[in-house]
Every structure is written in structure tokens, then in C-alpha cells.
Design a protein around this ligand. Structure first.
Ligand SMILES: Nc1ncnc2c1ncn2[C@@H]1O[C@H](COP(=O)(O)OP(=O)(O)OP(=O)(O)O)[C@@H](O)[C@H]1O
Length: 273
């Protein structure tokens, strides 16, 4: 089976990738006169680690923002879990099972690690204030369940020792890990990582790589990431979409993309027509 097979395929390291989870069909996104994305199509398979790469200004963040529902494209369709997505608010997209981290860390600096991660469960919380007043027992049971899930993630990402620490006091690499934990707390079907290694030293990058692979392996989470570090991208990803000036210039497994002349040109800045 290869990556074109609708049923899925088996990776070079023997992992089984499933059918299509998300499909972007002919997406075009404009900001006034600027075309950030021009007629791009690709899919993301169940269980896959899928990267979006490209030089600065290629349109990668814009694409991630279309996937997360933050931007609604002027043209094209987004399909998720077999259904065409109607225009919706980012929190509705989150409720459908898509969580993300940000290029610039977006955590509550004054709050503890634990409380920050708990905010990741907000989209899953059923009982509101009225429920809590009327059905106190039920709300308490729900709270206990949320805490248990969060504690598992804290163990998994090896951050027990900082669970009570205010996030503002943590070094950069750990903040990034807390952000990953918060996204995981939402139990997403699709996890979007916006430059998860940016600004990290070599050791922090190695840790983050390991956690990304473990999340994919242990929870079966499908992951889509933007990353500038080519070594990381090629090591981690099953398939890579390459963008340049808003267009798709390559799409396939890392080896294929690495050998693609258009991709080589884009990165060397040789030809831009
Ligand atoms: N909110 C916006 N308003 C206007 N133009 C925008 C906006 N966001 C992005 N753009 C433009 O769209 C194009 C693609 O930008 P985008 O940030 O998606 O690229 P990128 O590949 O993520 O870049 P980088 O690697 O530098 O983060 C650029 O020309 C950018 O200036």
C-alpha cells in the first residue's frame, strides 16, 4: 500500500496509517489583495505525522489557521471526518476534535502548570454554572474525571515536578511542553503544532521530537506541524506538503520531497515564477 491508497498505507518504520481524516480541497485565501494561499489541495490521514514546510511567507501559518477554523478561505472546501465543514468559529472546530499550539507560546503566565493544562479541557466540560449549583455531585464527578485525565498527561510528558509552578517562571522548552500538554488535554483527533521546536536548544528539540512521536504512538493522535528545522521535519514526518508563495510545490514522503527540483529551487531561491 502506498500513500495514494484510500484505505491507508504502511510507513517505512512499519506504522499503519489509516484513511483520510482531513481533506483540504482547492483552498484559496486572500487578505485584501494578498493571496496567502492559492488553490491548494492535500489530505491528512488517520495516525499520520504530516508536515507543512516552505520558505518565510509561503503561507504555512495561514494554512494552519484555515485548518483550525481561525481563517475561513474565500474558495475551497475543508472536509473533516468525512463531512464538509460549514463555516464555524474556532471553538466549534476545537469541539470537533482539533487542538493546537502556537508559534508564540499562548499560556496564562500567572497560573500554575496544572491549571493551564486544565483549561485545555474546557471544550469537553459538560456542566456549566447552573449544573454545578443544581447537580453538585455530578459536577464534582466530572471535575475528578478531568483531573485524572490531566494527571495522566502530566506523567506522560514528565512534568510532575513543575505541576504547581506558575508558567511564567519556567524556561522556554518547558513552556512549550506545557503548551503541548494543554493541547493534549483536549484529547484531540488532530493536533496542530505551529513550530514546536522554534527557539529550542538541541537537547530541548530532541525531547520535543520524542514526545511528538510518543503522543502519536501512544494516543494514536494525528499530527500536523509547521517546522523550519529541516532535520526535524524529515525525521518526524510521514508525508510533507511544501508551499512556496502560497502555492503547493511538493507533497509526499520526505525522501521524495527532498529530491523534488521545485522544492530544491524554492529553498535555494533559484527560480520563482
Ligand atoms: N493577517 C494577515 N493580513 C494580511 N496579510 C497576511 C496576514 N497573514 C499573513 N499574511 C500574508 O500572507 C502571506 C503568507 O503568510 P504566512 O504567515 O501564512 O506565511 P508563513 O509561511 O507561515 O511564513 P513564516 O514562515 O514567516 O511564519 C504573507 O505574504 C503574509 O504577509
Amino acid at each position: 500500500m502506498n500513500a495514494m491508497n484510500p484505505e491507508g498505507y504502511v510507513t517505512s518504520d512499519g506504522r499503519k496509517i489509516g484513511g483520510v481524516l482531513m481533506e483540504m480541497k482547492n483552498i484559496t485565501l486572500r487578505f485584501g489583495g494578498v493571496k496567502a494561499i492559492t488553490d491548494i489541495s492535500f489530505d491528512i490521514r488517520e495516525g499520520e505525522i504530516r508536515a507543512i514546510i516552505g520558505p518565510n511567507g509561503a503561507g504555512k501559518s495561514s494554512m494552519l489557521n484555515v485548518i483550525s477554523g481561525f481563517y475561513i478561505p474565500q474558495e475551497g472546501e475543508v472536509w473533516f471526518r468525512g463531512k464538509k465543514r460549514a463555516p464555524m468559529k474556532p471553538y466549534e472546530v476545537a469541539q470537533q476534535g482539533i487542538a493546537r499550539t502556537f508559534q508564540n507560546i499562548a499560556l496564562f503566565e500567572g497560573m500554575s502548570v496544572l491549571d493551564n493544562i486544565m483549561t485545555g479541557r474546557l471544550t469537553l466540560m459538560k456542566s456549566g454554572m447552573l449544573d454545578q449549583a443544581m447537580w453538585w455531585g455530578r459536577a464534582q464527578r466530572e471535575e475528578t474525571e478531568h483531573r485524572e485525565k490531566v494527571e495522566k498527561i502530566i506523567d506522560f510528558l514528565e512534568i510532575q515536578h513543575i505541576r504547581k509552578t506558575p508558567v511564567g517562571r519556567l524556561p522556554y522548552g518547558l513552556k512549550k511542553r506545557v503548551e503541548l500538554a494543554r493541547a493534549l488535554a483536549a484529547e484531540p483527533k488532530l493536533l496542530l503544532l505551529d513550530e514546536p521546536m522554534a527557539g529550542m536548544n538541541v537537547e530541548e528539540k530532541e525531547d520535543m521530537c520524542r514526545f511528538i512521536l510518543d503522543v502519536n504512538d501512544e494516543f494514536g493522535t494525528t499530527i500536523t506541524l509547521i517546522e523550519h528545522d529541516m532535520g526535524v521535519v524529515m525525521d518526524l514526518s510521514d508525508r510533507v506538503v511544501v508551499m512556496d508563495y502560497g502555492k503547493k510545490i511538493g507533497d509526499g514522503p520526505p525522501d521524495e520531497v527532498r529530491a523534488n527540483p521545485d522544492v530544491i529551487n524554492a529553498y535555494l531561491g533559484v527560480s520563482h515564477d
